[in-house]
Design a protein around this ligand. Structure first.
Ligand code: ATP
Length: 364
């Protein structure tokens, strides 16, 4: 794949958004700064109510920041009303016009902009090809499936060639299989058009599989921005580790720290080598984080000891839940071979061996 250009599309600078006034005011965004690059598939990920939609609405111009600035290609966009911004939005609900055909829906925005009929027709046909909907051009949108409506909504938003496309949980209404299909479809559309996508989701798997970079949000703040692997392998704090993927948390006491590494003493007395999150200067007791796939269940020995409490088969892998001797629960994920037998049964005494570099110390 060609290298993506390293120019900024959107810069959000110290943006806060308060709803209401005085003591009852609610801070939906709290001093948020983030830069989104041109041609990037950028995802805002976080739990319900963390401020994702609010940030999209400010970029779209449907609402205004209480503080801070939003720049598009270096220009402050505050004076521009939504329809003058080179930004378009795909909503969760699609917001299609049910009495119009697929083709009319896609051409609607262009007609509003006063484009000549021939140009609108050519562009509509091009967009229909892009989203593979040529055959349904003359159908009313009330007579097509949810997945097809999603494609029309995308085609309509892409038709005026926006510089930035905002997508607010666009796949959440689709069933699992269709959602998977549309995920690769969206990726393809973004690569083919080269438009900057800002995608909102609360689904961590969706964010990890689709994004160039992800911003993890919680309670109106951005906690970490990074490539999917950075967010997953090097979570900045406990919230990010917990929100992305499955994680084991173990309480422990840190030994001496040298070059970002230490040895942790767990409550069982076991000692584990561990790395510290970048820039983290710990103070007092710490939480140790281990991903389930960085641990293995073994009969003899191991860094931790316990008893198998539950075994869950997932097809590609098996989760073994181990009740450790210190009463903490620990999940081990093992890949399955041809035989579905993981080698243990509930009640077995078991050791947990943690991979080198498998343990990290994170901020609470
Ligand atoms: P979801 O995934 O549920 O859509 P979100 O992360 O997109 O959540 P926002 O819609 O941005 O969250 O809302 C952030 C917070 O701001 C929420 O607590 C919400 O109740 C509040 N909020 C949003 N819009 C308004 C408004 N117009 N007036 C008052 N509070 C609002």
């Amino acid at each position: 794949m060609p290298e993506k250009p390293d120019r900024n599309a959107i810069e959000v600078r110290g943006v806060s958004k308060r709803f209401g006034i005085g003591e009852n005011a609610f801070k939906a965004l709290d001093n948020v700064s983030v830069t989104i690059r041109e041609n990037e598939f950028f995802t805002l990920l976080g739990p319900s109510g963390c401020g994702k939609t609010t940030l999209l609405r400010l970029i779209a111009g449907f609402d205004f920041p209480t503080e801070g600035q939003i720049m598009l290609h270096g220009q402050d966009i505050a004076p521009l009303p939504p329809f003058k911004r080179p930004v378009n939005t795909v909503f969760q609900s699609y917001a299609l016009f049910p009495h119009m055909t697929v083709g009319q829906n896609i051409g609607f925005g262009l007609e509003m902009l006063g484009k000549p009929k021939a140009e609108v027709k050519a562009r509509v046909d091009q967009m229909l090809r892009l989203v593979r909907m040529e055959a349904l051009k003359d159908r009313r949108t009330s007579q097509i499936s949810g997945g097809q409506q999603q494609r029309v909504a995308l085609a309509r938003a892409l038709a005026p060639s926006p510089k930035v496309l905002l997508l607010d949980e666009p796949l959440s209404a689709l069933d699992y299989k269709l959602r998977k299909e549309m995920q690769s479809e969206l990726k393809r559309l973004q690569t083919e058009t080269g438009i900057t996508f800002i995608f909102v989701t609360h689904d961590q798997e969706e964010a990890l599989t689709m994004s160039d970079r992800i911003a993890v949000m919680s309670a109106g703040k951005i906690l970490q921005v990074g490539a999917p692997w950075e967010i997953y392998d090097r979570p900045a704090d406990r919230f990010v580790a917990d929100f992305i993927g499955e994680t084991n948390f173990l309480p422990g006491t840190l030994g001496a720290i040298e070059n970002g590494r230490t040895t942790v003493t767990l409550s069982s007395g076991a000692m584990l080598p561990a790395t510290l999150a970048e820039g983290y200067v710990p103070n007092g007791p710490a939480t140790i984080v281990v991903r389930p796939e960085h641990a293995r269940a073994i009969r003899e020995g191991g860094d931790l000891r316990g008893q198998v409490e539950n075994i869950v088969y997932f097809g590609t892998d098996t989760h073994i839940h181990v009740r450790l001797d210190d009463r903490n629960l620990f999940t081990v994920r093992q890949q399955n071979s041809r035989s579905r037998d993981c080698g243990f049964v509930v009640g077995d005494a078991v050791g947990v061996a943690i991979a080198p570099d498998g343990a990290q110390v994170l901020k609470d």
